[in-house]
Design a protein around this ligand. Structure first.
Ligand code: FAD
Length: 461
């Protein structure tokens, strides 16, 4: 790439306008540092985007927020969006032997019906043991959970708690929320998920869709849409960001795209200078899913045993293809459009099998797969939309928290000119993505201020 192609200069370039990249830009803006955001798609938000179908708001990827999401809740408040936050219904259900078992957040004893007495007793004892250990750890920052990052969820839960707890609590939660198995997921994630329960977190949605947050964040920012970045390289202490039409130079680049994309952008030109942690993090694998949004006719009624529930999880012992069903009228309780809206999520394996199928075939397959619980659904769908996510969520294999911790320590000692952000760089959900953007922006702000004050600034790639 010749220098004559260079057309723009910016102190900071952010690649990717998902919640990670936009949080980074927001944080820099608050510190008076300007950044250019380069986004491949024609809209912002990435996996945190919403559409409207038949008058219903549909969350295409991310579905829920939590009262424990500190960074996101603060940004919603600062942006004047707090009034859009709504608590979902307090009822959910997990299937066991073909029957959905209702769980009310305020009644922990409901779980007796799902787990049985002795597993429940062991769960209660372990929860008590964990409640002290987890209380000072942040549910935004995955690197803080390193002490639990020692073995897989299944190994720990089968040994220390009870196999029914693995099968009817951790497995459906990990596959239903993250499309992952307890065998491939670190105990650190299971303990962090338990901490949401221990802290009595409430599940939240946004009245006009979760996509409203990235859209509002992006307003007034220096943003280029429809501009995929092809490569990044370091030259003479600056970073070059190559797109099809131009090359931008920056002191710092925050790469806020999923790991496989980041790896492709960086590897060709920076590989020799990458440390071990960076290489390991860029190799983070992702699960896949397909989210099928279905709007029913106006007369459709929920079966009486599923009235009021906002979500149904189907464990692998009962699962054919679907791991979770969101019932949007009970999730977003301001939704008064005609008919019911379902968000049906395929498991990782089913998603890989269906990824190339036609939309109408996927809708029919998904509706049929949940017909044991919603018998009339296959014939009552009026409108539908299919969202394919080949890289839905990063896995948390044993070691990711520890690797992340050393990457952060090393980057804090000497701030690199290329910083990684995104959900694989923290908790594997929207709040973690936001936290990773905030973390990267804080380091960039620190060195930028040092440079402006004439102090020597670091800048290794
Ligand atoms: C089906 C599903 C359900 C989920 N449910 C929840 C949930 O209930 N709660 C929750 O908190 N989280 C949930 N998540 C996870 C959450 O959506 C993600 O963790 C989060 O949105 C990731 O944000 P990000 O900014 O790291 O990445 P992304 O949102 O993927 O953003 C990356 C951006 O980079 C852009 N990009 C890619 N390549 C390039 C390139 N070469 N050049 C420029 N730009 C590029 C992309 O277009 C995208 O806009 C869910 C995810 C899925 C898929």
């Amino acid at each position: 790439m010749s220098m004559s192609n260079i057309t723009s200069n910016a102190p900071v370039v952010i690649i990717g306008a998902g919640i990670a990249g936009l949080t980074a830009a927001y944080c820099l803006k608050q510190k008076g540092i300007s950044a250019i955001i380069i986004e491949a798609a024609d809209r912002v938000g990435g996996r945190m985007t919403s559409d409207t179908i038949g008058g219903h708001v549909v969350d295409r990827g991310a579905q829920f927020l939590s009262t424990e999401y500190r960074i996101i809740i603060d940004m919603l408040r600062d942006l004047g969006l707090s009034q859009q936050l709504c608590e979902t219904s307090q009822c959910s259900a997990i299937v066991r032997v073909g029957q959905p078992r209702r769980l009310r957040a305020s009644r922990p004893l409901d779980a007796l019906n799902l787990f049985g007495f002795y597993p429940m007793l062991k769960l209660a004892w372990n929860t008590l043991l964990l409640s002290r250990k987890q209380k000072d750890l942040s549910l935004s920052d995955y690197s803080q959970w390193m002490e639990f990052d020692t073995e897989s969820t299944s190994t720990w839960s089968n040994r220390e708690i009870d196999p029914p707890i693995t099968e009817y609590l951790f497995e459906p939660m990990l596959q239903g929320f993250y499309f992952q198995t307890p065998e491939e997921t670190s105990k650190a994630m299971a303990v962090a998920l338990s901490a949401f329960g221990i802290r009595r977190a409430k599940t939240l949605s946004l009245r006009y869709g979760l996509g409203n947050l990235p859209e509002t964040l992006a307003q007034g920012m220096n943003l280029k849409l429809d501009t995929p970045v092809h490569a990044i390289e370091c030259l003479d202490g600056k970073v070059l960001v190559h797109t099809a039409s131009e090359t931008l130079t920056a002191h710092h680049v925050i790469v806020a795209v999923p790991a496989p994309v980041a790896k492709n952008l960086i590897v060709q030109r920076l590989e020799k200078r990458m440390d071990e942690e960076m290489q390991a993090l860029l190799a983070t694998p992702y699960s896949a899913s397909i989210n099928i949004a279905c709007v029913t006719d106006k007369d459709f009624a929920l079966p009486s045993n599923l009235k009021n529930i906002y979500g149904l999880l189907i464990p692998r012992k009962d699962r054919t293809a679907v791991s979770a069903v969101g019932i949007e009228n009970n999730k977003n309780r301001g939704d008064d459009a005609a008919g019911h809206l379902f968000n049906i999520m395929l498991s990782h394996r089913a998603a890989l099998e269906q990824m190339q199928a036609a939309d109408n075939a996927i809708v029919a397959f998904a509706a049929q797969s949940v017909s044991d619980y919603f018998p009339t659904l296959p014939t009552r769908i009026k409108q539908s939309r299919v969202y394919r996510w080949p890289a839905a969520e990063p896995l948390s294999p044993v070691g990711r928290a520890a690797t992340l911790r050393s990457y952060r320590q090393r980057s804090t000692q000497q701030v690199p000119s290329v910083l990684l952000a995104g959900d694989y760089m923290s908790m594997p959900f929207t709040e973690g993505a936001a936290e990773s953007g905030y973390w990267a922006a804080s380091l960039v702000a620190k060195t930028t201020n040092q440079r402006l004050q004439g102090m020597p600034a670091s800048g290794h790639p």
